[in-house]
Design a binder for this molecule. Structure first.
Ligand code: ASP
Length: 343
């Protein structure tokens, strides 16, 4: 049987750092030496090629331009490999994994993001296990079909759907969670796949990449005491086309008249407003309380159980598509496009 093949893409982040033997300082890892640094990889019966970004980045510097670069790289190597592993800083990994999940149409192969809290060159690194298992998952097949044909994040013995994740810790190895969706797999002595939670690709169609983004968006997080001036200034910004409104509990906001009027005026002026909850789990239900019902009435879109990371990237990609009208965008926001919402 033909060996599985995986393309390992290094974008930057802590995982790819190694201590310089002379200075002791952390510097980007030379991917030509990957097998020397991680001899365990040689034991795999998997063909692994690597591609490193010319200038590796801290993931705080990620942008839609980089998402397009990544998606196109995968698209141009799609036939050649069985799966893809993206090494990426953990800080914005949930945004990048969400973004890629929305960019790909007809994805039928694994795209597994991973990284680490400690550089791969340090003794207690979590990077080796993360990398080794991510490669194993990207290559895993059953009846000659990939087991995880979707964009996912592997971190600290768990595999999550990419567009359901949040970074929840800046220091624990266990840095990610997907509070509203079950883990896709857990790695122990063996990797246990949660098959019913994994997306099934519809058919073998060509991989399409949606690549036009709009950055004319923003977050607006409510807090008790938020002022009308601040609220109106945010909504009234020139060029703004979409807002992710971060509300309380199940999607509730003060029902003060000034807030209702400010939102209604903005929506009447074509601003798309998507309601997500500030809670880390649970869902928006704009019918549950009066403080949510007034938002529903004026045309705020309920974001269901979407994460803020998935909400903003979904909104940016939809607004970037010139073929979509405002009504199309509002409809798509309520649809489960890539497993990002349960409805
Ligand atoms: N600041 C780093 C980054 O996101 C942290 C990490 O790699 O986990 O690039």
């Amino acid at each position: 049987m033909k060996k599985s093949s995986v393309l390992l893409i290094y974008t930057g982040g802590t995982i790819g750092m190694i201590n310089d033997p002379e200075t002791g300082a952390l510097k980007p890892f030379n991917f030509g030496q990957l097998f020397a640094e991680i001899p365990e990889l040689k034991k795999f019966d998997i063909e692994i090629d690597s591609y490193a970004f010319e200038s590796p980045i801290d993931s705080s510097n990620v942008s839609p331009k980089i998402w397009v670069q990544l998606a196109k790289l995968i698209q141009s190597n799609y036939q050649r490999y069985d799966g893809f592993v993206i090494l990426h800083g953990s800080d914005t990994m949930a945004y990048s994994a969400s973004a890629l999940s929305f960019m790909f149409e007809n994805l039928a192969k694994p795209v597994i993001f991973t990284g680490s809290q400690l550089p791969i060159g340090t003794i207690r690194t979590d990077g080796k296990e993360n990398l080794i298992t991510a490669i194993e998952i990207a290559a895993a097949k059953e009846n000659d079909q990939p087991i995880v044909p979707e964009v996912a994040i592997y971190f600290e013995y768990a595999l999550y759907r990419g567009n359901r994740t949040k970074k929840i810790s800046a220091e624990n190895f266990d840095a990610f969670d997907s509070p509203n969706y079950p883990k896709l797999a857990e790695a122990g002595v063996s990797i246990k796949y949660n098959r019913s939670a994994i997306r099934k690709p519809k058919k073998e169609l060509d991989l399409i990449v949606h690549d036009s983004w709009s950055s004319e968006v923003g977050f607006l997080k409510l807090f008790p005491g938020i002022s009308e001036v601040f609220f109106r200034n945010v909504l009234g910004q020139k060029g703004l086309r979409g807002i992710v409104l971060e509300t309380y509990g199940s999607g509730n906001a003060p029902d003060e008249l000034w807030l209702q009027n400010a939102l209604k005026e903005a929506i009447d002026n074509s601003l798309v407003v998507l309601n997500v909850t500030q809670c880390s789990s649970g869902r928006v239900d704009q019918f549950k309380y009066e403080t949510g019902a007034h938002l529903e009435k004026i045309g705020v879109i309920g974001g269901e159980d979407i994460t803020a990371e998935a909400a903003i990237t979904k909104l940016m990609l939809l607004l970037g598509d010139p073929s979509l009208s405002i009504n199309d965008i509002k409809e798509r926001l309520q649809e489960n496009l890539k497993g990002e919402i349960s409805c």
